[in-house]
Design a protein around this ligand. Structure first.
Ligand code: A2H
Length: 253
């Protein structure tokens, strides 16, 4: 980790239909607000390739009022940071509507902004840190080794992970091409490093480093408005478009 603040893009993923467990627990507490799961990403240019979203099964999430119309689902820690950064109103105030366990959100159907598959499901991931970002991770298995390996694990053993196979049915989508790994950078590196499961955290950290550098310095966009452009150029432009569309906002920590 560097010394300065980490500048994330916070992606707003609107809840379209709650899982049964979440519906029973939450619906009366939202005051009619639309709820968005908020995922912190360092790679906004990959959002075309979202296939699902991850929450931690040991993490407690809060639902926080943005205003009278909207609420965000994330960790309390992230909501407090957002409040001080002016993403919640009034600035500096955290209004928590309710809280819920990560496990109960699994199976919720959400809108993935800018994605080629616009509707995706919330799935469980072992390695989500409660101390980083929002505690919600949007999944881009084509370009994130962690996302690819976790999705692979879930598909192999849906009963073990207590998910319906259909929630994990969307295949990785090619969004960036790199000279060394082709149009599926993360799966190629996971294979090369012989990674077997999301428990291989050491090799996954190495894979993440390789994938990030390769994508950022050598990647070319395969889809979207900046198709054909270098990732290094497209990254900021996609971020700005998402913010202008009110599908994202700046989040730092
Ligand atoms: B990235 P850094 Cl395609 N726990 O977004 C674990 N991982 C988390 C997290 C948490 N609480 N919050 C965010 N992240 C992930 C996209 C992506 C990401 C791609 C490729 C690489 C990549 C889609 N997932 O990250 O420790 C999020 O996944 C590798 C750098 O702050 C976020 O960006 O450097 C990234 O880790 C932030 O990691």
């Amino acid at each position: 980790e560097g010394l300065g603040p980490q500048e994330y893009t916070a992606i707003k993923m609107k809840v379209l239909e709650w899982s049964d467990a979440a519906k029973a627990e939450l619906e009366s507490k939202l005051g009619g607000r639309d709820v968005f799961l908020v995922a912190a990403t360092l790679r906004p240019e990959t959002m075309y390739g979202q296939t699902n979203c991850f929450v931690g099964t040991a993490i407690k999430y809060g639902v926080f009022a943005v205003n009278d119309k909207e609420a965000y689902l994330c960790t309390y820690r992230a909501a407090r940071n957002m409040a001080f950064q002016g993403a919640l109103t009034p600035r500096g105030e955290v209004k928590q509507l309710t809280e819920i366990d990560g496990t109960k959100i699994v199976g919720t159907r959400i809108k993935a902004p800018f994605a080629i598959n616009p509707e995706v499901y919330v799935l469980p991931m072992d390695n989500v840190l409660p101390t980083k970002g929002t505690g919600v991770v949007t999944s881009v298995p084509s370009d994130s080794p962690d996302d690819f390996q976790t999705l692979t694990d879930l598909r192999k053993k849906p009963e073990f992970y207590k998910i319906k196979a259909e929630w994990a049915a969307i295949d990785p989508v090619p969004v960036i091409s790199t000279p060394t790994y082709g149009d599926m950078t993360a799966p190629a590196i996971v294979k090369q490093l012989k990674i077997q499961s999301q428990k291989d955290t050491k090799q996954l950290a190495e894979a993440k480093e390789i994938a990030y550098k390769e994508g950022f310095y050598n990647g070319t966009m395969l889809v979207g408005e900046f198709k054909g452009e270098a990732v290094a150029d497209a990254k900021q432009k996609v971020r700005e478009q998402m913010i202008a569309a009110n599908d994202a906002f700046a989040y730092a920590e």
